[in-house]
Design a protein around this ligand. Sequence first.
Ligand code: ZN
Ligand code: ZN
Length: 333
Amino acid sequence: MTDRPAHHGPDGKFRIPWPLEVPDQRAGGGVLRWQMERMRTRLPPNPDPSALPLVSSNVARPRAAAGEMRITWIGHASFLLQMGGRNVLLDPHFGPRASPFRFMGPKRFVPPGVALKDLPPIDAVLLSHDHYDHLDEGSVRDLHRAFGDGIRWIAPLGHAAWLRARGITNVADVDWWDTIELPGNGGPLTVTCAPAQHWTRRTLREYNDRLWGSFALRTADGRRVYFGGDSGYFRGYEEIRRRLGPFDAVLMPIGAYDPRWFMAPAHMNPEEAVRAYVEMGGRGAFIPMHWGTFRLTDEDPLEPPVRLRAAWESADLPDADLHVLKHGETLVL
Ligand code: ZN
Ligand code: ZN
């Protein structure tokens, strides 16, 4: 017997520790099959820019008052979270593409909701995992240049070495259920890494060398936010509620789901995001993300919020709790 947690593989790599509901097709030619299918079918067109407006944000400067919470959607999985008198960035991506290359790969439909140069002072950055639509090297370098060691970088196991190689030392590598406290005037802001169903890779020779995760944040006065990171639907949301909830706001991915036979293990669809929210208690603001900024998969880029609203209605959830933010929009709670 060993004390190794189930998501730590014996080979030193990480793995999904529960059975998948839709089998993983990435091994055995799945990527090729997807690309071949894509060539044969006509994909829905990219959206007209007017369908994805950029609105001006309502960021508190330099920070929100201790009892106030402001959530600004920068785009894709990037948010500025102002809570507990702290400024926290989630999966900051300000670059033109979600790609290892400057000249190719998914291009941004909408400029960042807040430009990097217009950010208030940043106290912490949470990174959910290493994929190019979440971990953008240019943004990491620019943030480090702008705020230096004032930023505490928090990411699942394995990311610290990547950050240190870029001269960033104020780093915490966390496993699922590990907690970090960010000290501050009004008491600590508590950040806990939680499970997600996903995978990692930045270069071809890597695969699951770094862990992926979601995060729960709690202020000293008990306000709680959940950031789902990148995840397929899995049966862990009740446990997340039990251990870390209930939440005042839930930030969930709703895009990059088609084709289902290939994407389901790694990306939930809007119906599954609503199911996860219900399993997390079905209360608090629901804020969708991971749609409308980069085109990663085959669905119509404007479809996720339409399906989200329909799923929300069939689940009989209150309209007042659904907040489909525009790029740059700030929700004040
Ligand atoms: Zn990912
Ligand atoms: Zn992603």
